[in-house]
Design a protein around this ligand. Structure first.
Ligand code: G3I
Length: 354
């Protein structure tokens, strides 16, 4: 619309500018901040460099960034005998430019290991890796997923621990070693144990895993291991009943009663198995975000919520779980054209209700 002299004189420009200001005020970052939390997302640094529209959206919406892959072994240690911090350094610079904090992910995992990784990794390799990575970013990374996915009840250990290369070589003590090495390298960093499959009240293996996780966390805290948080990944399934009620609330409270913070670090909603057009799927995805966050955010110990991506344009979940009808998955708060979806509104409202 051409701005005529009369329009300019009438002060209508202020009205035109209002939506921009309003967008800033209703950002997920602002909504989360008003509830005393951080909101952020997982990103690949090259996406922020290559896609200015996406970078602007992330800067507007996110107060935290998680390196989706930039700090994993197969990125940082792809070549034996040396470290490659280029991607991780870039993400730290991008976060600094955005005024966002960084949640590091992940120091030890049984996946994303380089081809040279030994069958029996020893304590020297563990402590050397954790110390080098955490030490490089000491004072700049707010928190870390120190160990990712340590629990796997199907491995049939009495303690429910996953039979990872770390476990098989070093025993359960590998957990203490990892947290100690991270704490020594950066005493100010908040150190988390991360896992999936803790979200749904009506999935038996998940409720059983909650019990295993509570016992594990309690043992680590009792042993004086420097652990400060549980990261709940939060990968939700749109075709499942959104059962996020009192049992989830009680689980979160029991984690908090151990003196731990809680981070939701990989929130998204798979919609590859849900029927309907995009509008209907979006409403269902939004309902999952709303119900999960209404329960999670009622727990004061929940201090950060991050989605595993920000826009459906870049979603590993949509990539990994393609829909049979060929339509692209829509698991995130913003669509592939970077427009807010019902899920974004549901998240803003959930932050606002607390
Ligand atoms: O960058 C290389 C590229 O150069 C190469 O051509 C291509 C071909 O294989 O691979 C690219 O790397 C891939 C990387 O994603 C970046 O796209 C890796 O192979 C692939 O394994 C990696 O997948 C990541 C996966 O973790 C394994 O690390 C996903 O992006 C990432 O979203 C996913 O995230 C995990 C969390 O870390 C833990 N919780 C579950 C979550 C989803 O699986």
């Amino acid at each position: 619309m051409a701005l005529t002299r009369r329009t300019l004189a009438s002060g209508a420009v202020a009205a035109l500018a209002a939506p921009v200001a309003a967008a800033r005020e209703t950002s997920l970052k602002a909504a989360a901040r008003r509830s005393g939390r951080l909101y952020g997302c997982a990103v690949e640094p090259h996406r922020l460099d290559e896609d200015t529209g996406f970078a602007a959206l992330a800067a507007r919406e996110c107060a935290a960034l998680i390196p989706e892959n930039a700090m994993k072994w197969d990125t940082v240690r792809h070549a034996e005998g040396r470290f490659d911090f280029a991607a991780a350094d870039r993400l730290l610079a991008q976060a600094d430019a955005m005024g966002a904090v960084v949640h590091g992910h992940c120091l030890l995992w049984h996946e994303a290991l380089p081809a040279w990784f030994p069958e029996r990794p020893d304590e020297r390799l563990l402590r050397g890796h954790v110390g080098a990575v955490v030490g490089r970013y000491a004072g700049r990374v707010r928190s870390w997923d120190v160990v990712n996915e340590a629990v796997e009840r199907n491995d049939r250990r009495p303690d429910g621990l996953r039979r990872s290369p770390w476990l098989e070589t070093l025993g359960p003590a590998y957990l203490r070693m990892a947290f100690e090495a991270a704490h020594e390298a950066d005493p100010a960093a908040r150190l988390a144990l991360a896992d999936y499959g803790l979200e749904y009240d009506d999935v038996v293996w998940m409720t059983e895993k909650r019990g295993t996780m509570l016992a594990l966390l309690g043992g680590l805290v009792k042993a004086g291991v420097p652990i400060h948080a549980l990261s709940i990944q939060g990968h939700l399934r749109g075709e499942q009943a959104p059962s996020f009620g009192r049992p989830l609330a009680d689980f979160l409270r029991r984690v908090a009663d151990l003196g731990l913070e809680i981070y939701v670090t990989e929130l998204d909603v798979r919609d590859d198995a849900t029927a309907g057009d995009a509008a209907r799927r979006d409403r269902n995805v939004a309902d999952h975000y709303r119900r999960f966050l209404d329960t999670a955010l009622a727990e004061p110990a929940v201090r950060m919520v991050c989605t595993w991506g920000l826009s459906d344009r870049y979603s590993a979940t949509a990539d990994f779980f393609p829909r049979p009808d060929g339509a692209r998955g829509r698991p995130l708060p913003f669509d592939a054209d970077l427009r807010p979806k019902p899920a974004a509104k549901a998240m803003r409202q959930a932050f606002g209700r607390i």
